[in-house]
Design a binder for this molecule. Structure first.
Ligand code: HEC
Length: 434
């Protein structure tokens, strides 16, 4: 009976298809990485933030600010101990799992850091940047190790081979280069130059590389031998931005400006799926470790996921941990699910505290900008709104930028009036004293 109700509600709100989304970023999602155990994902965005998500229940675990500009890339440290991010501000940041601020910032690049990689033993980071260099960093000391020069244009991608001995890099000059990690010696140009390369992924055995080209083509190259490339079926000739290689060794996905993700199955390189395609460019891709799910970071601020068993966009898994133990039987699954869009930045309970945004505990009847201890923008400090169902609904009908001009809250709207009603009802229930 319950599931019938949920189904009817979903159909009534037309929201079913959207429930697999991870919503939290205020700008395009440029970097995505899934932890080796598949439990967590980290995403990075134009909005300067890095968000840690639980892949078990779809909730946002923390919103992290450590860069002074768009964050383009992220790579996990081994064992889920933390991760490394790279930014338009030209720096890398090292994050320890659970910390709110980076443990170190690595400076040296004279341009945007477009890609980062971590060596399999976790001792080194590599970065590709728009100063035409690739750099190696010692993660134990936080010091630069060497600068690898040779690319003739901005470098967009970098990856370690699984033995950690070789580094691959690629960029706008169309070159795919290999370097010896131990001393930085250039080993070989797998491709001396061609169409600009935006993305690079190595096969899990380290013998091949897949490149995503600005010419809309994905090519697979043999790293060891002077062998010709295995071309994958050409997509629409629009620039590709990202490519990923599944840990199963036989699944490759690429996506780009037209917003469609194409998935191939090796060895015959047949197209398995063409996914999405109607919601703007896809900037980033990642597989779960079992290669059964593909995650995609969109220009529209969303992260979506598809099952590679069915080719269908996934609903969010049932939350095992809700924000408050407040969803009564026959309660409000719509409001609860919509709340996920907010939970990256807000809590609802007395002990939840502030995140990127102020706690919404007690928000109903509270004057704007008055939660104690939260550093509000002047826009909210000087506002006169009193929050209730109607004013919060209006906030997401017209959008925070219109209702509270100058606010720090990222622009987001919920166009559907019934969804807004479900969300504010949920907030009312979750934030009132029992
Ligand atoms: C990426 C972070 C983020 C997300 C996601 C987010 N918010 Fe916010 N929110 C903020 C920040 C930051 C502020 C404080 C803005 C300021 O001081 O200008 C804020 C302020 C607010 C306020 C005003 C609070 C007060 O004390 O005056 C309300 C209400 C609110 N958010 C509701 C929501 C709801 C509902 C959602 C989900 C639909 C949501 N927010 C999603 C970051 C976020």
């Amino acid at each position: 009976m319950r599931s019938l109700m949920v189904g009817l509600l979903a159909a009534a709100l037309g929201a079913g298809a959207a429930w697999g989304e991870f919503v939290g970023h205020g700008g395009p999602v440029k970097g995505l990485a899934v932890s080796a155990d598949g439990a967590e994902m980290v995403s990075t965005s134009f909005d300067y933030s890095t968000i840690r998500w639980s892949l078990r229940d779809g909730s946002a675990l923390s919103v992290l600010y450590g860069h002074d500009a768009a964050v383009n890339a992220v790579a996990w440290l081994p064992g889920g101990k933390g991760f490394v991010t790279g930014s338009d501000d030209g720096s890398l940041a090292i994050w320890t799992a659970g910390a709110e601020k980076p443990s170190a910032r690595l400076n040296g690049h004279a341009g945007r850091v477009s890609a980062v990689a971590v060596s399999p033993d976790g001792k080194l980071a590599a970065s590709a940047a728009w100063d035409r260099t690739v750099r190696l960093w010692d993660l134990t000391t936080g010091k630069p190790l060497r600068t690898l020069e040779g690319h003739k244009d901005n470098v967009n991608a970098v990856a370690f081979t699984p033995d950690g001995a070789t580094l691959a890099s690629a960029g706008y000059d169309g070159a795919l280069k290999l370097w010896r990690v131990a001393d930085g010696t250039p080993l070989r140009d797998v491709v001396p130059g061609g169409a600009p390369i935006n993305g690079l992924a190595l096969s899990p055995d380290g013998t091949r590389a897949a490149t995503a080209g600005a010419d809309g083509k994905v090519r697979v190259w043999e790293l060891g031998a002077e062998k010709p490339a295995l071309p994958l079926a050409t997509l629409a000739p629009v620039p590709l931005l990202s490519v990923a290689w599944g840990a199963d060794g036989r699944t490759i996905a690429a996506a780009g400006i037209d917003g469609a993700a194409t998935v191939w199955r090796l060895p015959d390189a047949a197209v398995l799926y063409r996914l999405g395609g109607d919601r703007g460019p896809i900037w980033s891709l990642a597989f779960t470790p079992d290669s059964r799910t593909l995650l995609a970071g969109g220009n529209d601020r969303m992260i979506r996921q598809w099952s590679l068993e069915t080719g269908r966009e996934l609903d969010a898994p049932t939350p095992v941990r809700t924000v408050a133990a407040d969803v009564q039987p026959g309660g409000d699954p719509v409001g609860e699910r919509l709340w996920k869009r907010c939970s990256a930045c807000h809590t609802l309970t007395p002990d939840g505290g502030h995140r990127a945004g102020p706690t919404l505990y007690g928000v109903m009847g509270r004057k704007i900008g008055t939660a104690p201890g939260y550093p509000y923008s002047d826009a909210l400090k000087n506002g006169s709104i009193v929050w209730d169902e109607a004013t919060i609904s209006d906030l997401f009908d017209r959008g925070p930028d219109k209702v509270t001009p100058g606010t720090k809250m990222p622009v987001q709207t919920i166009p559907n009036a019934q969804e807004r009603a479900a969300l504010v009802a949920y907030i009312r229930r979750a934030t009132s004293a029992p």
